[in-house]
Design a protein around this ligand. Sequence first.
Ligand code: FAD
Length: 312
Amino acid sequence: PYEVLVVGGGPAGASAAIYAARKGIRTGVVAERFGGQVMDTMAIENFISVKETQGPKLAAALEEHVKEYDVDIMNEQRADSVVAAEKTEDGYIHVSLESGATLKSRSVILSTGARWRKMNVPGEQEYSNKGVAYCPHCDGPLFKGKKVAVIGGGNSGIEAAIDLAGIVAHVTVLEFADTLRADQVLVDKANSIANIDIIKSAQTTEVIGDGTRVTSLKYLDRVSNEENEVELSGIFVQIGLVPNSDFLKDSGVALSPRGEIEVNAKGETSLPGVFAAGDVTTVPYKQIIIAMGEGSKASLSAFDHLIRTPAP
Ligand code: FAD
């Protein structure tokens, strides 16, 4: 059995694994895809002390750093359930994998991340990282002085529009419904900013580009049934971030209404010995640097738990 078993190999998981291994305790990492969302990212300019890097390069560096230590990396393995120590006969926490194997550990760190909900329209995939973006904090400055759209009129969409309006030339917000779901204070703020336009009852239908970059966006006006086209350079999709926590449904790990793992300031979940870190948790602001900090914190908390708890 492991002392610390990390589920998820993104920035949070890599950081948790390194902190655990540095304590000299038996550490494993199970990851469906080592590197996580970082693998889908191009320019990264806000990972402090590294002025500019690319996602795959950072992911390779994460893996290289983890491999400096004695950590069992089980890549391309998906966890499908977690059973609390109090429910197992041997007193270890059990993590079962889709492959059929069961891993046992005295403590578990859940860092399975999240995924941005996609528009699922033609051109979105093709122009991802070529104008189609999901993170205004990350990619906003890349569109300085240009026209962009924000898809989604919920809190994250309207916050993104307010944020981007200070950097870009113009922001068009497209909301599918006939009302905005965002808080009224945010809507009022957005309405007071001259370079934000909000269009309701607008169904995005296609992302158009010139082969290398996004050039426009088509949407259907759901009231008049007319198809319109907006010329722009960037599209920020803000229709939800879905935590990868489905496999925890019957585990007893408490989830928020949005499916995020509830954690306290130490990264503890509702189950003893089970910790969580990164985008899958209730910790606000989903960023690489935050995920890494939370991963190291969860790992130190796991170590604290281990030295206070007798082995089964
Ligand atoms: P993730 O990176 O999501 O990693 C989750 C890990 O868990 C992966 O290894 C995954 O395969 C694994 N996993 C999931 N489910 C299971 C399972 N059931 N069993 C086993 N393994 C599982 N942030 C920035 O700070 N700067 C940026 O410039 C930036 N740009 C971004 C651009 C894009 C296109 C995207 C999508 C995100 C960007 N982000 C950026 C956000 C950043 O990537 C995330 O905040 C960060 O990766 C979160 O780390 P994490 O370890 O919590 O989760």
